[in-house]
Design a protein around this ligand. Structure first.
Ligand SMILES: [Zn+2]
Length: 369
């Protein structure tokens, strides 16, 4: 089937994952095929491999003006029980700003992340971090929670089970995660946060509305979890009213990964475009990536939003929060950070620093400088 293209121009995708340096040309092909103007690369660090952030810094340095970078935190010191030293979270925030990152990506709040680093965001470990992020006004993209069914073995989708995304009573519970966020927001009401995946509240729009009303600096992105589109299609009229009322608080994102084929990326974005722009009733097409499930899984009802609302969702909300243009990369600071990330990886895993994504990127950035 024909992939669906947006009728709008100047679209910014707030939520894209950059897998590897070797995907650089491919990401540009995706950008062009989906007809995006800019991408926000959300960059979760993998401290043991020295990857996650460096490849996004490379994109920002190599293609100025196109890629926003949201840097993930490096918890290498905490994860190694102090065997390896890494800069404090506050020092990391300051370093991200200096090198030209546009914001911070947090995955602390996904239950699998909690399995690795079992520290609630309300813990003193994060106290200075939150204060600094609030002071500096650094925007966040933050993944908190997961779809309800991931806690229910009977409803857990097969693709999620395969990825270890099934949780039990031994794991952190969804309501605990929300309560921790509420506490952070009560202490730091000026935090500017885009919660990924509609904050997993798509099944409860009344609660989403109360959350928006209580927190004026909070946004949701529209990245599937395809369950979001099915939930929001059950009563399309109520959803449409919500989108009109909160048009300033919703941000377009796809969760495209540079590991997706171009056709998969086009399908993924096309589903969201069609949902927002058309009044069609449709299913995901065959050939979508595995995380979107199968056509028989559910029905999506188009919201037929007016252009003025689409403009806010596609671009204006993001640029108001993050900036009209991506900040420019300071090559010297980025090279220093990548070198540091590479040496943390070497000490954590024993892999030669030269083999890490971080040091490979540092070498590439040296050539640009
Ligand atoms: Zn994501």
């Amino acid at each position: 089937m024909e992939a669906w293209q947006s009728r709008m121009d100047g679209i910014i995708d707030a939520h894209v994952h950059m897998g590897s340096l070797t995907d650089a040309a491919h990401v540009n092909n995706i950008l062009e095929a989906v007809r995006l103007e800019k991408m926000g690369l959300v960059s979760i660090q993998d401290p043991a491999h020295g990857s996650g952030l460096p490849q996004s810094l490379y994109m920002k340095g190599r293609y100025p003006g196109t890629f926003y970078v949201f840097a993930g935190l490096n918890h290498g010191q905490q994860l190694s029980g102090g065997r390896v030293t890494a800069p404090s979270l506050v020092a990391q925030v300051e370093s991200f700003r200096k090198m030209g990152c546009d914001g911070i990506k947090m995955i602390e709040g996904k239950p699998t992340s909690r399995q690795t680093l079992d520290i609630p965001v309300t813990d003193t470990y994060f106290a200075d971090y939150w204060a600094r992020v609030e002071d500096l006004g650094v925007p966040l993209v933050w993944h908190v929670g997961d779809p309800e069914e991931f806690w229910n073995p009977e409803q857990l989708p097969e693709w999620a089970r395969k990825r270890g995304w099934g949780y039990s009573a031994a794991d952190v519970q969804k309501e605990e995660l929300y309560a921790e966020v509420d506490e952070v927001l009560a202490r730091h009401p000026n935090l500017r946060i885009i919660f990924a995946h509609f904050y997993f509240l798509s099944a409860d729009l009344a609660r989403a509305a109360r959350f928006f009303d209580a927190h004026p600096h909070i946004y949701f992105d529209l990245t599937p979890g395809i369950e979001m589109l099915y939930n929001l299609s059950r009563d399309a009229q109520t959803t449409r009213d919500f989108f009109l009322k909160y048009a300033d608080r919703i941000v377009f994102g796809t969760d495209i990964s540079s590991r997706n084929a171009v056709t998969e990326a086009v399908f993924r974005a096309g589903i969201i475009f069609r949902w927002l722009e058309s009044d069609a009733t449709f299913r995901v097409p065959d050939g979508v990536d595995v995380l979107l499930g199968k056509p028989e899984d559910g029905i999506i009802r188009g919201l037929s939003l007016p252009d003025a609302v689409l403009e806010r969702i596609y671009r204006l909300n993001y640029t108001r929060l993050v900036g009209a243009k991506p900040r420019s990369l300071s090559l010297s600071h980025a090279i220093a950070e990548c070198t540091r990330i590479g040496s943390i990886a070497r000490r954590l895993s024993g892999m030669p620093a030269e083999d890490t994504e971080a040091v490979r990127v540092a070498r590439k950035l040296e050539v640009l400088s």
